[in-house]
Design a protein around this ligand. Structure first.
Ligand code: TEU
Ligand code: CA
Length: 545
């Protein structure tokens, strides 16, 4: 593989339990993914990020791992994973595993041993604090609601869990624990994986009694030790999930010496419709000009040192076409515009399953939801007296299950995802929105994504070129320039449902003429002077030859 191949790659995130069910039990599985490798190859992606499929009680849909070197029977077996890695490789696609190293499942043998006694050899693999029942060490809260401390009467101690009570935090101060993790990582590297996504990796340096969770004082020391003893120098794609990353810390996490990660997922743009200092459920309208500034800041700050990931969606986020696009009148136009806006920037795109179809959010009755985070929120806010309609509106808008309804493959029952009863209801709009219909329609979102992925790989200025935001204060237009070695590309996106005819064209092309540019990609058949609702265009300056 070419050095730093991941700088030119496009990654596709698969949430296996919702991707494709091969055996009719209603849960997606590894053989289901294998059956769709040609679809993924045709889309043009280079790597697949597979969210956890290890042995797990599924309290947090697999982010509670009970055995890191296994596959949970619901997804298949190790031989299926080895087959997936091999068959993906035959198609020039590599597989990225999801490493959840901040916590394990409470059903992991380490925790089963740890809670037996204070002097058990595994006790210190976790974070314990002496105390009195009913008096947790401090006010630290779990991301899934309630205290982050769980009382174990037999030990007269609390253990830390920043997520569910069945996800005890691992103690990274313990060297034996770290070295068992590194052994596991090398075991997966030897199986031929192309890299890793590292779950909430900026939490492993926690010092909870000091109230420190993210970016602890030893965080980079642990990451560099892990890098040196596992993936370092092996040209693998590693992406850390770092909710608290700033451009300054991202430059360290993704520094060009390669002693930490290839890149990180930063979330500054994804927090823009959340009220400051409040929870993700407390909404506010998106500030478009601020979105432009934040995405542009990350482009310029990491232009020479560090590397950006580029994503709108993942298995934790609402679907972008519903969140910031338009999922009724202009669903396809806005989905294509959002992809154009983001994926011609500098960085590695991460496309989430179904994004390429412009799949939408859902509005279910509460009993149809499955995610621990939103079910805890529902119960907690009902108890606090929030109006049910308000709670449901938050769930409709930001609930993680929006991203976890099954892939919509065709118009047959359950969208062709399963012949059984799906673990979560399929979005009823699968009859109109599905891959089979879009494969055969030239103007579909799916075919636009194929063209976009192909084009971005042809343009050298996209991977390595400079970035300049145009018209930063414009309230509808997101326009920027990419330049490198004589190639100049201009990306123009109308972010709204209204036409733009305010002479945008002169402001963008300034003294140049549109005739000096060739239109390479657009989400409308014919471009006029005014920009239509959600219209996106990619131009390249004609060169002398
Ligand atoms: O998510 C980290 C995380 O903090 C988000 O889940 C956040 O709490 C919220 O859901 C974003 O809106 C990672 C995984 O992606 C997530 O699926 C896991 O639930 C979590 O860590 C615990 O492993
Ligand atoms: Ca299955």
């Amino acid at each position: 593989m070419k050095k730093d191949w991941w700088k030119e790659a496009v990654v596709y995130e698969i949430y296996p339990r919702s991707f494709m069910d091969s055996n009719g039990d209603g849960i997606g599985d590894l053989q289901g993914i294998i059956s769709k490798l040609d679809y993924l190859k045709e889309l043009g992606v280079d790597a697949l990020w597979i969210t956890p499929v290890y042995k797990s009680p599924q309290d947090d849909n697999g982010y509670d791992i009970a055995d890191y070197m296994s596959i949970d029977p619901m997804f298949g077996g190790l031989s299926d994973m080895e087959e997936l890695i091999a068959k993906a490789k035959e198609r020039g696609i590599c597989v990225l595993m999801d490493l959840v190293l901040n916590h394990s499942s409470d059903e992991h043998i380490w925790f089963q041993e740890a809670k037996k006694s204070r002097d058990n050899r595994y006790h210190d693999y976790y974070v314990w604090v002496d105390g009195e029942e009913g008096h947790p060490p401090n006010e630290l809260c779990s991301c899934f609601g309630g205290s982050a401390w769980e009382w174990v009467p037999e030990l007269k101690q609390y253990y830390l869990h920043q997520f569910s009570v069945k996800q005890p935090d691992l103690n990274w101060e313990n060297k034996n624990m770290r070295y068992e993790i590194y052994r596991m990582i090398n075991w997966w590297i030897d199986k031929g994986v192309g890299g890793f996504r590292l779950d909430v990796i900026d939490l492993i340096g926690k010092e909870p009694l000091k109230g420190i969770t993210g970016n602890g004082p030893h965080l980079h020391e642990y990451i560099r030790e892990m890098n040196a003893r596992t993936f370092g120098g092996k040209n693998l794609l590693t992406v850390g999930e770092t909710w608290g990353a700033t451009p300054e810390t991202a430059k360290i996490f993704s520094n060009s010496d390669g002693d930490e990660f290839s890149m990180v997922f930063q979330f500054e743009h994804s927090l823009l419709d959340q009220q400051e200092g409040k929870e993700k459920w407390d909404l506010k309208p998106l500030d478009f000009v601020k979105l432009k500034k934040i995405l542009s800041k990350w482009q310029t700050e990491l232009s020479d040192n560090g590397w950006n990931s580029l994503f709108w969606n993942n298995h934790d986020l609402p679907r972008i076409v519903s969140r910031w696009g338009n999922d009724d009148t202009y669903r396809e136009e806005s989905a294509k515009m959002l992809a154009t806006l983001l994926y011609f920037m500098k960085g590695t795109p991460f496309i989430y399953q179904g994004e390429e179809l412009a799949m939408t959010n859902v509005k279910y009755p509460i009993e149809e939801y499955r995610d621990i985070e939103l079910l805890n929120l529902y119960r907690e806010r009902l108890e606090k007296g929030y109006p049910k309609e308000e709670i449901m509106q938050s769930i409709y808008t930001k609930g993680r299950d929006n991203a976890r309804t099954p892939m919509q493959w065709n118009a047959s029952p359950n969208g062709g995802f399963t012949t059984g009863t799906p673990w979560i209801k399929v979005n009823p709009n699968y009859t109109e929105i599905n891959a089979e219909e879009q494969l055969q329609r030239s103007g579909s979102v799916l075919n636009y994504y194929k063209a976009l992925i192909h084009l971005r790989k042809q343009l050298k200025s996209i991977c390595r070129g400079d970035y300049e935001l145009l018209l930063p204060e414009h309230k509808q237009l997101f326009a920027y320039v990419r330049c490198s070695e004589g190639e100049k590309v201009i990306v123009i996106c109308n972010f709204t449902a209204s036409e733009i005819d305010d002479d945008w064209y002169c402001k963008v092309f300034r003294e140049e003429k549109e005739g000096e540019y060739e239109l390479l990609l657009s989400n409308y058949e014919k471009g006029n002077v005014e920009l239509k609702p959600y219209e996106a265009r990619v131009y390249r300056k004609r060169t002398a030859d």
